[in-house]
Unconditional design. Structure first.
Length: 529
């Protein structure tokens, strides 16, 4: 690019996130660069993660004295007109959104884990440091391992992968285990429908995750760690590998991390796409080069995990939150949230939703606020009929339940689960009998096959639902389906089979009419069986 010593460079930001790239962000970036070169304009083009406002992608931001001014969604054809209208100065244009940080959708969130995502160049180590990177790790390295564990415990941080188990308790178990060989494993096998926070964080702020795993290593005495990432995330894989290489070069990984006695290194392993490998013991089996199948517990992975050694297994969002806890203190994190659900959750709005994307807020926000205020209702414009929360094995909730606070215990009491924070919205054209059937069919396809309730029960579940919808001995088959769901819940070896009845039972409880044959969207009602 031509240098302009007398003219300051204008910094323009275009996301390199997979979601943004899928709708043309690369082409928009290329068009901006080409137009700038042709016009001899001094431009620094920075590729960031996504801010999470997916309906506005590709989102282009320009740095000005008034802050970063956003424009979107931008197409390559829009670029000449944007430049002519004064894009480099943040001037008016029909696509102009104003200062991005002041947009109400972003401004009212509590961006804690996602504070840097969409803001920095994901692979610029200096940019990471300028925005507070490594503060948590430097703090942790000055503390004894037990004190780091205590800080995580006091923060109330729970596993964000879905189970909600207190992270500090898991870490203390590993710390207390004897032996010199211990592991840290990051479960990035994000397979739930409507979830994408793990991917967006890995692509948008990979050093944060590396920092979190390094803190965990210091806390429990581990020397080696693994990222287990699904093969469907090639950009996340490439970004994490590049970030690890940079971290090694900077002395953030390897021997004598940041000049301290800590020796810790990280590796990326790519899964083959089996949903069951999101379950921690199946993931460990896969990491060991075996077929991904559930292990019987006990022993738990914290005692006998990877290669039989004590292992911390945490989700991406859990580990990525740890640096914030250490940097700001347990009390600051405890101030957010409600009851036993402390801190923030990264909710993901998907499905038939007008404004899909990432919403990070403190626990306690209601499902209605997320769907109606942040999500803007359905994309189709039709009434919302249901939302499935917590992935493909989560419960279907009707609008009458939308005032539930997003809180692990409140959802459990209502027969639902927060899970990984995925929320998939459906309008009034959805066939809930078909959705219930899909849950059983999904389980049959994704079961590891180790236990009979899951392996066989899911196949029988599809058959019984088909008979109910066809009107065959409906009462008897409804009773049979209830028994089958009870058996799968109580008898399955892991949550795969144990949770499959949740969407089925919730569909039966709230949308009984759909199981009684063809019912139009105009005549459907919420009901019970």
């Amino acid at each position: 690019m031509t240098q302009h010593p007398a003219q300051p460079h204008v910094r323009i930001y275009v996301p390199r996130d997979s979601a943004a790239r899928s709708v043309g962000a690369d082409e928009v970036a290329a068009a901006i660069q080409q137009a700038a070169d042709s016009a001899d304009l001094a431009v620094d083009l920075v590729r960031t993660g996504s801010r999470g406002m997916l309906w506005l992608e590709p989102l282009v931001e320009v740095a000005t004295e008034r802050g970063r001014i956003g424009y979107g969604p931008v197409t390559p054809d829009d670029v000449p007109a944007l430049l002519a209208a004064g894009l480099l100065d943040g001037d008016e244009h029909p696509l102009r959104l104003g200062p991005v940080d002041e947009l109400p959708w972003l401004a009212r969130q509590n961006r804690v884990t996602f504070a840097r995502v969409g803001v920095i160049d994901p692979l610029d180590a200096d940019d990471y440091l300028r925005h507070g990177g490594l503060t948590g790790l430097r703090t942790a390295l000055k503390l004894a391992p037990a004190d780091v564990v205590a800080e995580v415990t006091d923060s109330g941080l729970r596993g964000r992968g879905g189970a909600g188990f207190p992270a500090g308790i898991k870490w203390k178990t590993v710390l207390d285990c004897p032996g010199e060989l211990k592991f840290i494993c990051c479960n990035a096998d994000e397979g739930d429908s409507g979830t994408f926070a793990d991917r967006m964080l890995m692509e948008g702020d990979p050093f944060l995750l590396i920092e979190g795993m390094t803190i965990a290593a210091h806390a429990v005495g581990a020397r080696e760690g693994y990222f287990y990432i699904r093969s469907e995330y090639p950009d996340a894989v490439a970004t994490m590998r590049a970030a690890i290489d940079i971290a090694r070069e900077r002395g953030w990984l390897g021997t004598s991390v940041l000049g301290t006695p800590l020796d810790f290194d990280l590796h990326v392993r790519v899964g083959a796409g089996a949903y069951i490998c999101g379950e921690e013991t199946s993931m460990l089996e896969s990491l060991e080069g075996k077929r991904g199948m559930v292990r019987a517990k006990p022993p738990i992975p914290a005692i006998e995990g990877l290669f039989g050694k004590p292992t911390v297994v945490n989700n991406v969002l859990t580990l990525a939150t740890v640096p914030v806890v250490l940097a700001q203190g347990a009390n600051a994190y405890q101030e957010l949230g409600v009851e036993r659900s402390r801190g923030t959750q990264v909710f993901q709005l998907g499905g038939n939703i007008a404004h899909g994307g990432i919403v990070e807020t403190a626990f306690g926000i209601t499902l209605r606020e997320l769907i109606e205020e942040y999500g803007g209702g359905t994309r189709s414009g039709r009434p919302v009929r249901t939302a499935q929360v917590g992935g493909p094995l989560g419960a279907y909730l009707p609008p009458s339940s939308f005032d539930l606070p997003m809180d692990y215990e409140a959802f459990a009491a209502a027969g639902a689960m927060v899970g990984h924070g995925g929320i998939v919205v459906f309008d009034d054209t959805v066939d809930m009998a078909a959705q219930a059937r899909f849950a059983m069919e999904f389980c049959a396809a994704e079961s590891c096959g180790k236990c009979t309730p899951c392996r066989v029960g899911s196949v029988r579940g599809v058959e019984v639902i088909d008979k109910i919808v066809a009107g065959e001995q409906r009462d008897e088959n409804l009773a049979l389906l209830d028994d089958l769901c009870e058996l799968m819940t109580e008898g399955s070896l892991c949550a795969m089979g144990g949770l499959t009845p949740l969407p089925v039972r919730s569909a039966l409880a709230h949308f009984a009419d759909d199981f009684l044959g063809e019912v139009s969207a105009d005549t459907r009602t919420e009901g019970t069986v």
